[in-house]
Design a protein around this ligand. Structure first.
Ligand SMILES: C[S@@+](CC[C@H](N)C(=O)[O-])C[C@H]1O[C@@H](n2cnc3c(N)ncnc32)[C@H](O)[C@@H]1O
Length: 226
């Protein structure tokens, strides 16, 4: 292998596809998803079946932290969030503080989790997995930090989503935001998103080996057990 000269630095590989979500992009996204409180609440209610007050829970790529906040409100679990965006770590920490909750939001890469092995009872990752540049490593890292018997859940957009599903999703968001979201879904996100088959192939190569993939009109959930 060629040696890197001592005076040359090697750039770390980029953790996310595209430009990443910092500054005004993160602030815009936080404002948009603040309208999705009911969806975060209902997801948290479903996750609560797997989480108790004593559970250690990790949210990978929590963005503004709304799901983590709803899950802690419901269960009192011990929650950590890890996101590559410095802006989102700041926004999520502030949102948790305003809600009067203690949640530790940290900066880091899903493919290189800064936690010892077998720490968490439950892991969730929503609307983010398709953006990871090292998805297999991210799955293996989730496996490593899960306790034996622990569960990881990935929720994301499916590549073959229907136009009707997107129309339903943007309903009530205003013309401009609706148009921006539709455009983003149909271009950048569609390109990055996984099909059920693509996701199954990735899972089969990971330490999890298998998972239960459930489809809905807009996305999928992958349930993984260690
Ligand atoms: C569309 S946002 C989703 C945020 C939140 N999970 C939600 O449901 O609203 C995608 C998130 O993935 C984060 N992200 C992208 N690549 C990442 C990586 N490699 N490691 C950790 N976070 C990452 C972004 O910073 C952003 O917070």
């Amino acid at each position: 292998m060629a040696k890197v000269p001592a005076n040359m630095s090697v750039a770390a590989p980029k953790a996310h596809k595209g430009v990443g979500m910092e500054g005004f992009v993160a602030k815009w996204y936080a404002r948009q998803t603040a309208h999705d409180r009911d969806e975060f609440k209902s997801t948290a209610r479903r996750l609560a079946a797997h989480v108790s007050a004593g559970s250690r829970v990790l949210e990978v790529a929590p963005g503004p932290g709304f799901l983590a906040i709803e899950l802690v409100k419901l269960t009192g679990c011990r929650m950590v969030g890890l996101d590559v965006s410095r802006t989102f770590v700041r926004i999520a920490s502030e949102n948790a503080r305003k809600a009067g909750l203690r949640i530790d939001f940290e900066e880091g890469d899903a493919a290189d989790l800064p936690f010892p092995a077998q720490q968490f009872d439950f892991i969730v990752c929503r609307a983010a997995f398709k953006n990871f540049t090292r998805p297999l490593e991210a799955l293996d890292e989730m496996h490593r930090v899960l306790k034996v018997g622990g569960v990881a859940l990935i929720i994301d957009l499916r590549k073959d989503f229907s136009q009707q599903a997107v129309k339903d999703y943007v309903k009530g968001r205003g013309a401009l935001s609706g148009a921006i979201i539709k455009l983003t879904f149909n271009t950048m996100l569609k390109k990055r998103a996984y099909t059920k088959e693509g996701m199954a192939a990735l899972v089969s190569q990971s330490q999890f080996r298998q998972g239960d993939i459930r489809l809905d009109p807009l996305g999928f959930e992958v349930w993984l057990r260690k």
